[in-house]
Ligand binder design. Structure first.
Ligand SMILES: CC(C)(COP(=O)(O)OP(=O)(O)OC[C@H]1O[C@@H](n2cnc3c(N)ncnc32)[C@H](O)[C@@H]1OP(=O)(O)O)[C@@H](O)C(=O)NCCC(=O)NCCS
Length: 187
């Protein structure tokens, strides 16, 4: 008898939109839960062992939402619950920055991140006509860098300093942090 095929996990149906100031409380909760502290350990990748701060505050998020050359994008599920977010910032005619990428830690590893990145790539192309995305990852996060490489990003030799002086209500847990820069050509 032929072995039964395992049904694959259903893909979460997401609705995307640009965030507004009304979304700030929910976005702060999502971002902090995904990046920091014990809640983030429910996900498969976290900065909990690297940084113990709040990642971003309401003023920082408001600035990103109001940035004329950028956008904070969010994704809700079929029940209207916030599932994920990211930010885009136009750097120049050819390149946009991708960051503040967070998926609800209880719903990670189910394909939501992949969908959000694909949407952000389409948004950056359509909105600004850019041909590339750039992002930065703390150098120690090999599992996350591997995820971006599987999505078509190339790890460059460039680095950027870690913002030890501007952490939000907290501190870094290591003194050797910096960012590795990755880029992806959009086709
Ligand atoms: C990074 C993040 C946005 C990805 O979202 P996600 O919904 O989990 O992403 P997906 O479900 O599309 O992909 C999950 C991937 O993790 C992989 N994965 C699952 N468990 C893993 C583990 N223990 N170790 C390494 N990889 C793992 C899966 O194989 C899958 O990769 P593949 O699609 O190439 O096979 C999410 O993990 C997150 O919010 N992390 C915390 C915040 C953060 O670090 N943001 C990025 C900062 S640069």
């Amino acid at each position: 008898m032929a072995a039964a095929t395992q049904p694959s996990a259903p893909v979460t149906q997401l609705t995307f939109r640009e965030a507004t100031e009304a979304d700030i409380p929910a976005l702060l909760a999502l971002i902090r839960s995904a990046y920091r502290g014990e809640s983030s350990r429910a996900g498969w990748t976290t900065e909990a062992d690297l940084v113990a701060d709040e990642r971003i505050d309401a003023a920082g998020l408001r600035a990103k939402i109001g940035e004329p050359e950028g956008a904070v994008l969010l994704a809700t599920d079929a029940q209207g619950r916030l599932a994920a977010c990211c930010e885009l910032l136009r750097r120049d005619a050819a390149l946009a920055y991708f960051g503040l990428f967070a998926v609800d830690p209880k719903r990670q590893a189910g394909g939501i991140g992949r969908q959000v990145l694909a949407y952000a790539e389409g948004y950056a192309r359509a909105q600004w006509g850019v041909r590339g995305l750039e992002m930065s990852v703390i150098w120690t996060r090999e599992e996350l860098i591997a995820w971006y490489v599987r999505r078509g990003f190339v790890r460059t030799a460039e680095t950027a300093p870690f913002p030890y002086e501007s952490l939000v209500n907290g501190e870094a847990l290591r003194d050797d942090l910096h960012f590795t820069i990755l880029r992806k050509e959009l086709v």
